[in-house]
Design a protein around this ligand. Structure first.
Ligand code: NAP
Length: 474
């Protein structure tokens, strides 16, 4: 029986909703039809997707069936191909998602691209609710002349390359120059700088892919410039990640003392940022002789905005304009200078990939939505909902809140009276179209093959092309 009255109340208690808010709804729910099994399709098997699946299971129990789709034959999205390979403890959260994936009411549907293999409208006809958890896999464009030169990459591509994402496995960045410029002062910029700076020994225990490790082993880069258009008080870097930069075997961070605001001004910062700024101050205090012992310098260049990239075919230099920051906003001063650059990685944020027929907010680079609702029956979570910010854990309340919305909409009758075909209908469509669906059991075979192929001390050697993943399953 679809005991929504009980379910919604129980779910609402978990979500902390107030009793008074629910009373009217409880009355409406009492006449909802019975035996209406509900079907939810979640598009994207990263953190936002699996937290939503977990929340749906907790709220609706046996009365829900959840299908988690992914265009890759492997699950976990950003955990697999975004989180840095030397941050294995963060990647460990996938064990929690696996628990959800293995439960009876949730299944993984890999190797299916929504918008190509199956349309959103088709899913809408089969499932009561469709939740887009597709993240923000596209780079925000660096909109300056020369951005199309060779050896200039966005962070989605560069991070995807060292993490073995099939789309970027062939990127082949040239690391044979001397200076890499990393644009942006967020955690992705820190990841990229750290990966470029580490020795082979420092990758022990990581799952960096073989092609990236080979290229980094041969790298001749000795200067990494992290370019920020604003100042130390405006960095988006978190303390743990900044701290790692100070502990590298052959690289040392450097900050110009003149870029630091008076120490007393740190008092107004929120505690996390204040900690980060304290670390930045520490980088300015590293004595010259200690820095000289390290082969690689990681230089923070504050108040510096990129103007253009210069080179014959491949990038050779970047022209940068000094800025002044007033009330938090950077303004160019007209003073420019050049930094030689053999590699440029722009880490300036991401955008969600639009899906045909789904309303899109071009300016924000995400689906147009009202607290996760796009249209009746169509929702979004995670970065696809709010843009690329926050930690992995931020996706958890997101997932729970969208499931609450689905519960409310079922209660209000906006999702129809149930009776949709759900996964049975999808399976028929997939068979008709000859889609080669990869199941969670298949993924476990792929995973085992990756674990068998691991270098000594590494957790896995990832397959970096889709065909190889599928072969490992067969
Ligand atoms: P982010 O934190 O938003 O940082 C983007 C940086 O790019 C900012 O410094 C921004 O400067 C700069 N920027 C934007 N447009 C620019 C332009 N046109 N020219 C120059 N600079 C520009 O983004 P992110 O580093 O991509 O990280 C995304 C999210 O993932 C964040 O929430 C991050 O914390 C998270 N993440 C976490 C970890 C971790 O916890 N280990 C690792 C990686 C990522 P302004 O501030 O001046 O705009």
């Amino acid at each position: 029986m679809w005991n929504l009255r009980y379910r919604f109340s129980a779910g609402a208690k978990r979500f902390g909703a107030s009793r008074s808010r629910l009373q009217g709804r409880d009355l409406r729910l009492s006449w909802q039809r019975e035996n209406a099994l509900r079907h939810i399709a979640i598009i994207g098997s990263g953190p936002a997707g699996y937290y939503t699946a977990e929340a749906a299971q907790k709220a609706f129990g046996d009365e829900v069936r959840v299908d988690v789709f992914d265009r890759l034959p492997v699950p976990y999205g950003l955990i697999r191909s975004g989180v840095a390979p030397d941050h294995q403890s963060i990647k460990g959260v996938s064990r929690r998602y696996e628990k959800t994936a293995l439960s009876d009411n949730v299944r993984f549907v890999g190797n299916v691209t929504i918008g190509e293999d199956v349309t959103i409208a088709e899913l809408g006809a089969l499932y009561d609710a469709v939740v887009l958890a597709t993240g923000a896999p596209q780079d925000r464009q660096l909109d300056i002349p020369g951005a199309d030169l060779a050896n200039v990459f966005g962070s989605a591509a560069f991070v995807g390359w060292y993490n073995g994402h099939p789309q970027f496995a062939d990127l082949a960045p040239d690391l044979s120059g001397k200076t890499a410029v990393v644009i942006g002062m967020g955690n992705v910029a820190l990841d990229v700088a750290r990966i470029l700076a580490k020795t082979e020994a420092e990758f022990a225990g990581s799952d960096i892919v073989g092609h990236a490790l080979d290229a980094l082993r041969a790298s001749t880069i000795e200067r990494i410039v992290i370019l920020g258009r604003r100042g130390p008080h405006q960095i988006m870097m978190t303390p743990k990640e900044l701290g790692e930069l100070g502990e590298l075997a052959r690289a040392a961070p450097h900050v110009d003392l003149r870029d630091l605001p008076p120490e007393a001004d740190d008092a107004i910062l929120e505690p996390g940022l204040r900690k980060s700024v304290t670390l930045v101050r520490g980088f300015a205090a590293v004595p010259e002789d200690i820095r000289a012992e390290k082969r690689i310098e990681i230089e923070f260049d504050f108040f510096a905005q990129p103007v253009r990239l210069i080179g014959e075919g491949a990038v050779e230099a970047i022209e940068v304009e000094r800025t002044e920051v007033t009330a938090g906003r950077a303004k160019g001063t007209g003073e420019t200078y050049f930094i030689p650059a053999s590699l440029v990685v722009s880490c300036i944020g991401y955008r969600t990939h639009p899906i045909p027929d789904v309303p899109f907010d071009e300016r924000q680079g995400r689906f147009a939505n009202d607290e996760g609702r796009i249209l009746p029956g169509l929702y979004c979570v995670g970065w696809a909902r709010r843009g690329p910010s926050g930690t992995i854990g931020t996706n958890r309340p997101d997932g729970y809140s969208v499931v609450e919305k689905i519960g409310e909409d079922i209660g209000a009758g906006t999702l129809g009276r149930g009776g949709k075909r759900g996964r049975e209908g999808f399976d028929a469509l997939a068979a008709e179209r000859g889609l080669d669906v990869v199941t969670f059991r298949d993924w476990k075979k792929i995973e085992e093959a990756e674990e068998r192929a691991a270098r000594e001390g590494a957790p896995r050697e990832k397959f970096v092309d889709i065909e190889a993943m599928i072969r490992a399953r067969d």
